[in-house]
Ligand binder design. Structure first.
Ligand SMILES: [Zn+2]
Length: 379
């Protein structure tokens, strides 16, 4: 099969994150086994009771398998799920080529990388590899890298190097910011708005806290990491919701607080600054009550510029390495011991859009680069 045919086959399988990815995993498993790889699946029921599966397909010299613990030399990692598509996009599941671009849901993010990885493995004789290679296909990346996190917890292997597929226009990305999210609930006391002294406005209280949060965002600019744009940790209050009517003093106000940390700065650092602001507000207003539910704290990642996998991809792609602002599975691969780089065909700016596409030439170049990577690290 050509890389385009493989991509068409993968795009034709609807693998939106809300659905089970069992069908695409079974297709990939069959394909990997026909390439001479040993496969292992890691099924899991998500919070809606839907089966989600991670697949690890590897080729390790038999002496290593006998020893029990496989240290993978190079892992090629791709997520099988996609974001949803507009029903009006009737060709979302039908890979369509127009002017050197292949359109379809997931064509760019990230089935192109998966197709390239399979094609690269197909072109080499895996029996001749002297060091273990793995293809790792995950679930639920688009809803919080959940599949990769489960894999990192299960630790089915450790890895020396990992290339994590994401659309980077074939630029190796050796760092990424962390991602944290908290839901904040500020409480007040309801009253008739003609008699504000009888109540306490949760919205005015939330406004005071948000003003402090904006000052914290300014403070965070002092810690700089020059490889990122912007070069500091950023903060966002993206949603706010409160009150029940125009003439009622609001009893509750809720907002989301999101922060993206530069490597070297812990997620808890920002949380503790916000908690400190709450303590200060309590000193001014004894009744100030606020709950912070910090549900998510994804690590940042940074692989040294001198890492062999960074240097290899820089030379193979002809592009110097950069960093990404979006969340990836790279921190989970680092948790499995890997020096990880995010890399793949297609542009993140067209991912997640109706009409996402991958340029044919980038797809073909990705196959060549991954072939060379397998030879460089596993032959
Ligand atoms: Zn992706």
């Amino acid at each position: 099969m050509t890389v385009e045919e493989t991509l068409a086959q993968l795009v034709a399988i609807d693998s939106v994150s809300s659905r089970s990815n069992a069908e695409i995993i079974s297709c990939l498993r069959e394909r990997c086994e026909s390439l001479g790889l040993q496969t292992e699946t890691f099924p899991h029921l998500d919070e809606n009771g839907i089966e989600k599966i991670n697949l690890v397909a590897s080729k390790a010299p038999s002496s290593l398998h006998a020893a029990g613990a496989v240290q993978i030399e190079l892992a090629l990692v791709g997520h099988t799920d996609t974001v949803p598509y507009d029903p009006a996009w009737t060709e979302a599941l039908k890979l369509t080529e127009v002017g050197g671009k292949l359109y379809g849901r997931g064509a760019c993010d990230t089935k192109a990388f998966i197709a390239a990885a399979l094609t690269a493995v197909e072109s080499i004789d895996v029996a001749q590899l002297t060091k273990p290679l793995a293809l790792v296909f995950t679930s639920d990346e688009e809803i919080g890298c959940l599949g990769a996190k489960r894999l990192a917890d299960a630790k089915p292997f450790t890895a020396q190097y990992a290339i994590v597929g994401e659309p980077t226009s074939l630029q190796p990305m050796r760092g990424g910011k962390g991602y944290s999210l908290a839901h904040v609930t500020v409480r007040g006391r309801e009253a008739h708005s003609a008699y504000p002294q009888l109540g306490a406005s949760a919205i005015f209280r939330a406004a005071r806290l948000i003003d402090r949060i904006e000052r914290i965002a300014e403070e965070l600019k002092n810690a700089q990491h020059k490889d990122f744009d912007p070069p500091h940790t950023t903060l966002n209050v993206g949603l706010i919701n409160g009150g029940s009517a125009k003439n009622i003093i609001p009893g509750e106000c809720r907002f989301t607080l999101e922060w993206r940390t530069i490597p070297g700065q812990k997620s808890e650092h920002v949380l503790s600054l916000v908690q400190h602001a709450v303590v200060e507000l309590k000193q001014e207003d004894g009744d100030f009550t606020c709950e912070i539910d910090a549900g998510r704290a994804d690590d940042s990642f940074e692989t040294p510029a001198k890492s062999h996998v960074v240097e290899f991809l820089e030379s193979a792609s002809g592009r110097s390495s950069g960093t990404v602002a979006f969340g990836t599975e790279a921190p989970s691969m680092m948790a499995l011991g890997a020096e990880a780089v995010v890399f793949g065909p297609g542009n993140i700016r067209v991912a997640h859009r109706t009409g996402e596409f991958v340029p044919v030439d980038e797809l073909n170049r990705c196959v060549k680069i991954l072939q060379a990577a397998i030879k460089r690290f596993c032959a």
